[in-house]
Ligand binder design. Structure first.
Ligand SMILES: C[S@@+](CC[C@H](N)C(=O)[O-])C[C@H]1O[C@@H](n2cnc3c(N)ncnc32)[C@H](O)[C@@H]1O
Length: 226
């Protein structure tokens, strides 16, 4: 019996406490904190085949427009993946929820018109590798839509963020980092940065380590190899 159990593949991410916390907190943040509106803005106008990285409990699914033919939603954490599978049943576009981490996506190259990353590039273990994988699975000209929190523009908060990242924050919040410069990393990974805007969440509320946010689009260039 013990032998059979040991053959069950381990999940790439194992954060059961964080998963339960996030499942509750994220629903409330969507409804009361205005996050649902950012999700709708993030996904507006998408079409074709889409891959979503680290889909969590599937809160984006309700916002995909009908022009999307299929969503492959990767989620490495089991509790959140099960919740995402339930959310997929309620979605108006076909959503296939599958295990998988951003750093080694179980999908073929150039198979997607768009990739979606919301509140996840802060958490992936290896950001350059994850972005390189996103680039690999997008067709040339395909777009990366991102909605992420990251490094503050002001030095005071940025210093606090760096200290938190080296100490308690990743331990408390499922591997999350607050001081990543996601936009710079996207450009360094060879994407063409498109329209994006920076804002604070919660709007008009207290300044949190996760308040500085950016929402936008970047493209895999048309004429390059991986
Ligand atoms: C803060 S939650 C965001 C979930 C969802 N994207 C959303 O917008 O609500 C971070 C998610 O990233 C997932 N995650 C952690 N490490 C990952 C990795 N290496 N690759 C892909 N997803 C990862 C977590 O399991 C979790 O679902």
């Amino acid at each position: 019996m013990a032998q059979r159990d040991s053959k069950v593949p381990k999940d790439a991410v194992h954060h059961p406490l964080f998963a339960r916390f996030y499942a509750k907190m994220s629903v409330s943040a969507d409804l009361k904190g205005g996050i649902a509106a950012y999700r709708a803005e993030l996904l507006e106008g998408l079409s074709g085949r889409v891959i979503e990285i680290g889909a969590g409990n599937g809160l984006n699914f309700a916002h995909y427009p009908a022009t999307v033919s299929e969503v492959v939603a990767l989620e490495p954490e089991r509790t959140l993946r099960n919740l995402a599978a339930e959310a997929a049943l309620r979605a108006e576009v076909p959503v296939d929820v599958v295990p998988g981490a951003a750093e080694a996506m179980p999908v073929k190259s150039e198979g997607f018109d768009a990739a979606v990353a919301s509140l996840v590039l802060c958490t992936v273990r290896d950001l350059p590798r994850a972005l390189s994988e996103i680039r690999r699975v997008l067709r040339p000209g395909g777009e990366l839509r991102f909605f992420e929190h990251g490094i503050a523009e002001g030095r005071g908060l940025a210093t606090t963020q760096r200290v938190l990242d080296r100490t308690v924050w990743p331990l408390l919040f499922g591997g999350c980092h607050t001081a990543r410069d996601t936009v710079a990393a996207i450009e360094e990974a060879g994407f063409e940065l498109g329209a994006h805007r920076r804002f604070r969440v919660p709007k008009g509320g207290p300044q949190l380590p996760t308040s500085p946010c950016v929402l936008g689009v970047a493209r895999r260039p048309q004429d390059t190899d991986r």
